[in-house]
Write a protein that binds this ligand. Structure first.
Ligand SMILES: [Zn+2]
Length: 178
């Protein structure tokens, strides 16, 4: 995977996306976010989870205010790979902010059906953290790696799997808002 770069101007409008954007958009939000369609639009319009959007806003504000590059780790998993990345956010000239996502490590794993796109879903929802990809188990009030969550929720062999809703776990929210 090539590193993903995008830039916003001082009005937070997307002015540049690298060629890796299309692949990223396809894996994450679907085809309606293709690079040809996102230019001149506000970055915030592409972040569906309000907590994540809030964190992005805060990080950008921090970079603009302190003129310092911010680096945050995150996961961008697929059903078969754990992908460990970090995002670098830095200020360029004229209030332009550049986001650079760099892949640090990739681990193959046994396919996790819960993260597959084309599986049948029930109308139940479970929460997944947009940043660390941990899954929330409600009756334990705890966040687990997806493999552990699948075991704990007894999802093996289930015909329909719950839908995933992207949010932020407490740990990521705390760490990123500091
Ligand atoms: Zn998290």
């Amino acid at each position: 995977m090539a590193s993903l770069t995008y830039r916003i101007n001082s009005n937070d409008e997307i002015i540049y996306v690298s060629s890796a954007w299309d692949k990223f958009a396809e894996e994450n939000q679907g085809k309606e976010n293709q690079s040809s369609l996102v230019l001149k639009q506000k970055l915030w319009d592409f972040i569906s989870d309000p907590e994540t959007a809030q964190i992005y806003l805060m990080l950008v504000e921090k970079v603009r205010k302190n003129k310092k590059t911010v680096k945050v780790p995150f996961r961008c998993d697929t059903s078969e790979f754990r992908r460990f990345l970090y995002m670098e956010i830095k200020e360029m000239d004229n209030g332009i902010i550049e986001f650079n996502s760099i892949l640090e490590k990739i681990e193959k794993r046994e396919k996790v059906l819960l993260l597959e796109k084309n599986v049948e879903r029930s109308n139940e929802f479970i929460k997944i953290c947009s940043w660390c990809k941990k899954v929330y188990i409600e009756n334990e009030d705890c966040w687990y790696e997806v493999e552990d969550a699948v075991k704990k929720m007894n999802l093996f062999g289930k015909k329909r799997l719950p839908m995933l809703t992207h949010t932020m776990c407490d740990k990521c929210f705390k760490e990123l808002s500091e």
